[in-house]
Design a protein around this ligand. Structure first.
Ligand SMILES: [Fe+2]
Ligand SMILES: [Fe+2]
Length: 250
């Protein structure tokens, strides 16, 4: 993984971020706005968080990869920016942000319990499911501000998934084929569970936006495949530290 390249990406991505035109009126009826606000408030909670645990774990795992730590910090800052955009959307649709929800509590509990790799794995799964959600809202809801905010978030999320795919690619390049297969199987099972939980939680919002279960599952599945393909490409390349070691030895 080229940590320095990712750090540059995140540093540049902080600049020239267009702001949605929050004052544009919405043509959505009150009922639609109500359900969307409720659903968006759950995603808003998911995008908050300071990432202290994650950063501490990353530093403990790879103390020398300072560029990665910094890139990870900027990645967390982008998620906080998404939380800000989502909060404005929730308020636009007459809703309130929330401080806790069982899906969020469960997610936090599980990811903190099982260490850094597991936490990143769950973050990726949340990004894949979130991407499907934002994409369907963007495509199905006739609200210009919601579309703008979703477009901004989706642009970042695509890079977040690639960022984690690069990190996991490095990790997997050190695994035996059977170990890789085991990891991939577990990942896909977790993804399947998360996709179902997300559907239960966001069904009302997605349905009122004009999407259905099949479309949501398909979108999420497409994202999962894209992630696994990128990860596999990276896993088949030698890890960055091995390249450095080989170069130094020759
Ligand atoms: Fe996000
Ligand atoms: Fe993200």
């Amino acid at each position: 993984m080229n940590s320095q390249q990712w750090l540059s990406y995140y540093q540049n991505n902080r600049n020239h971020r267009p702001e949605p035109k929050w004052n544009l009126p919405s043509s959505l009826d009150d009922r639609t706005q109500h359900f969307l606000a409720h659903s968006l408030s759950h995603f808003q909670l998911g995008e908050t968080g300071e990432g202290k645990f994650l950063l501490a774990q990353a530093r403990a795992q790879a103390p020398d990869d300072v560029a990665y730590h910094e890139a990870l910090r900027l990645f967390i800052a982008e998620e906080q920016e998404h939380a800000r955009l989502l909060e404005r959307l929730v308020l636009r649709f007459g809703g309130k942000t929330i401080q806790r929800h069982w899906t969020h509590s469960l997610f936090r509990l599980v990811r903190h319990a099982l260490g850094f790799k597991f936490e990143i794995q769950l973050l990726v799964i949340a990004e894949l499911v979130g991407t499907a959600y934002y994409r369907l809202l963007q495509a199905r809801t006739r609200d210009p501000v919601l579309e703008e905010a979703c477009a901004l978030i989706l642009k970042d999320e695509a890079q977040h998934v690639d960022f984690h795919a690069d990190w996991f690619g490095d990790f997997q390049s050190r695994l035996l084929p059977l170990e890789r297969a085991g990891w991939g199987g577990r990942f896909q099972i977790l993804f399947g569970v998360a996709r179902k939980v997300a559907w239960v939680d966001h069904k009302a919002g997605l349905v009122i936006a004009g999407a259905n279960r099949r479309q949501f599952f398909q979108e999420a599945r497409r994202e999962c495949i894209r992630f696994l393909q990128r990860l596999q490409r990276n896993a088949n390349q030698p890890a960055a530290d091995e390249v450095i070691a080989q170069t130094a030895a020759s």
